[in-house]
Design a protein around this ligand. Structure first.
Ligand code: HEM
Length: 259
C-alpha cells in the first residue's frame, strides 16, 4: 500500500490495480481518514487469507484428478489445441471457448471443495428446516462435501466425470444447493468468480504448456487421493508429477508483468 501511495504521489495518476481502487475510496465528507486505510488494509488481508490457500488447494486437487485420468487430460489437450493452438499462450478471453476445461474445474470443486463445511454460521432466530428445529444461537455447519458425494443427489457421485456438466449446466455460485463450493446466501464467497478464474487460468496454462504424468514407477490409478481434513482440506500426499513441454520453446520465456 505504501508503494502504491508513493507511486500515486509521484505520477499523480492511478493504475487500474485493486490497491489503487481501495486507495481512492473516500468517506461521506469526501476525505480519506485513517479508518479508510485500516479498512483497505483489512480488505486486502481478508482477500489473501480467504483467497490464497483455497485457490492453490483447488488447483492441486484438480491436477491430481487430471493426472489420474489420462482420458480427461487428452480431451483437455484436444480442446486447447483447437481453441488456442501452438503459436500463443492462453488468455482470459479464451475461457469462454474452453467448455471442457470449465467442466473439469467444476467437477473438481464438486468432489474436492477446499472448505468442505464452508465457514461456520450462527442462526439468529429459532428456525425449522426440513423438520429439524435449529434453536437461535446454534452454530451451523453445512457439509457441502457430503452433499456432493450423495448418490441421492448425483449419479455415480464418486466418479470424476466432467462430462456430467456438459449434459446438465449446474450453477456453482450459490443458486443450486447440489453444488456449493462457494457457499450460498448473504455470506456467499465474494471472491467466487475470481477463484474460478484463477483456478481455470492455472490449470489452463499448466495443461496447455505441458503433458503431465505420474512420477516414474507410479501408475495413474495409484495416485493417493486421501484427504487431510480440517477447516481447509489439503491433499494428504502432495501431488507429484512429471511435466513434458508441448509448445515451441519461445512460449516458455517469462514475460515480466508491468506494475
Ligand atoms: C476456489 C476458490 C475459493 C473457494 C472454493 C472459496 C470458498 C469459500 C466459502 C465456502 C466461503 C464461505 C461461504 C459461506 O459460509 O456461506 C468463502 C468465504 C469467503 N471467501 Fe472464498 N473461496 C475461494 C476463493 C476466494 C477468493 C479468491 C477470495 C478473495 C480474493 C475469497 C474471499 C472470501 C471472503 C472474504 C469470504 C468471507 C465472506 C463473508 O464471511 O461474508 N475467496 N469462500
Amino acid at each position: 500500500m505504501e508503494e502504491h501511495t508513493e507511486a500515486r504521489k509521484k505520477s499523480g495518476d492511478t493504475k487500474q490495480h485493486f490497491v489503487d481502487a481501495l486507495l481512492t475510496l473516500k468517506g461521506n465528507g469526501g476525505h480519506r481518514t485513517i479508518d479508510h486505510v485500516i479498512e483497505a488494509f483489512e480488505t486486502l488481508q481478508d482477500m489473501i487469507t480467504a483467497g490464497m490457500d483455497t485457490t492453490a488447494i483447488s488447483s492441486e486437487w484438480a491436477m491430481a484428478e487430471i493426472i489420474k485420468h489420462p482420458r480427461v487430460q487428452q480431451k483437455l489437450h484436444e480442446e486447447m489445441d483447437r481453441v488456442i493452438g501452438f503459436e500463443r499462450v492462453m488468455i482470459e478471453s479464451d475461457f469462454s471457448s474452453l467448455h471442457y476445461l470449465q467442466c473439469v474445474v467444476k467437477e473438481s470443486l464438486r468432489l474436492h471443495p477446499p472448505t468442505p463445511l464452508m465457514l461456520p454460521h450462527r442462526s439468529n432466530a429459532n428456525v425449522k428446516i426440513s423438520g429439524y428445529d435449529v434453536p437461535k444461537g446454534s452454530n451451523v455447519h453445512v457439509n457441502v462435501w457430503a452433499v456432493a458425494r450423495d448418490p441421492a443427489v448425483w449419479k455415480d457421485p464418486l466418479e470424476f466425470r466432467p462430462e456430467r456438466f456438459m449434459e446438465e449446466d449446474v450453477d456453482m455460485k450459490g443458486h443450486d444447493f447440489r453444488l456449493l463450493p462457494f457457499g450460498a446466501g448473504r455470506r456467499v464467497c465474494p471472491g467466487a468468480q475470481l477463484g474460478i478464474n484463477l483456478v481455470t487460468s492455472m490449470l489452463g496454462h499448466l495443461l496447455h504448456h505441458f503433458q503431465w504424468s505420474p512420477p516414474e514407477g507410479v501408475k495413474p490409478e495409484e495416485i493417493d487421493m486421501s484427504e487431510n481434513p480440517g477447516l481447509v482440506t489439503y491433499m494428504r500426499t502432495p501431488v507429484m508429477a512429471t511435466a513434458t513441454p508441448r509448445l515451441p520453446s519461445h512460449l516458455y520465456k517469462r514475460v515480466a508483468a508491468e506494475m
